[in-house]
Design a protein. Structure first.
Length: 256
């Protein structure tokens, strides 16, 4: 396995914080870029989680809209439901990988979950995924997703299988992850192919002989719209057309 460099982060400023994130059992890490129209609905789905204590971190990747201002107002109004909340803003746009890394870096809990600002969680999502991880050897857990919006259906129904991952990316970023796994394996890296950051990270898990667990329940919703990852291309969404990039990555670096 190739050595990993330092985790890719970007200069940022803290816009708002309250509470004590270290008291959270898990933190939902939301990345925000020009999704002001969706982010409050995402936050409200986090607010409705049955898991307590829970933290929320939002990193705004230098959006051109007022999403960060909306998040700040929401946190000031509803932040006391959480163990802690934190809003940060990148000094300049740094891309998806650094935004995700920045959000996870600011979390202080043993478990973290990436949530894109246009997607939603069902109330039992975080609790069920943590229950499946505690006392287990798994590095992360994910669930079935319900597509809504421009397309409807299910995704993420395939159980973890490293050989299958060589063919396609079928695991969405919205998984419950041990933060130590992210730290040890270099976090997300910027990719030339849009949406490939998630695929790359799961490939790192394969290289490290880490296993994930599918919780066979519909615990979250994936919004399909004109600029969502599912609408952009195969690597982000788990279609076999993305196979060459994944196979090359795993085949070149994974120790059998």
């Amino acid at each position: 396995m190739k050595p990993r460099g330092p985790i890719q982060l970007a200069p940022r400023e803290i816009v708002y914080e309250a509470g004590v994130l270290a008291n959270a059992q898990a933190t939902v890490c939301i990345t925000l870029y020009n999704y002001a129209a969706f982010v409050i609905e995402a936050l409200e789905s986090v607010y409705a989680q049955t898991l307590r204590p829970l933290g929320v971190v939002v990193v705004d990747d230098a959006s051109r809209d007022d999403g960060a201002a909306r998040v700040e107002r929401w946190m000031r109004s509803y932040g006391d439901r959480f163990a802690g909340v934190r809003l940060a803003r990148h000094v300049e746009n740094a891309g998806l990988a650094r935004a995700r890394n920045g959000a996870i870096d600011l979390a202080e809990s043993p478990y973290v979950m990436v949530l894109d600002a246009d997607n939603l969680l069902y109330p039992r999502c975080t609790l069920r995924l943590i229950e499946s991880l505690e006392g287990s050897p798994y590095a992360f857990a994910y669930s079935i997703l319900e597509r809504f919006g421009e397309h409807r259906g299910l995704m993420g129904t395939t159980a973890w299988d490293p050989e299958h991952l060589k063919l396609e990316n079928y695991v969405d970023a919205r998984a419950m992850l041990r933060k130590s796994t992210w730290e040890r394996h270099g976090g997300y890296e910027r990719m030339q192919t849009g949406g490939g950051e998630d695929y790359d990270f799961w490939c790192k898990c394969v290289e490290a002989d880490l296993d994930g667990l599918l919780v066979p329940e519909i615990l979250a919703r994936y919004r399909v719209h004109g600029v969502s990852m599912l609408a952009k291309g195969p690597i982000a969404t788990g279609h076999a057309a993305g196979a060459p990039a994944g196979a090359a990555h795993v085949g070149a670096t994974h120790e059998e």
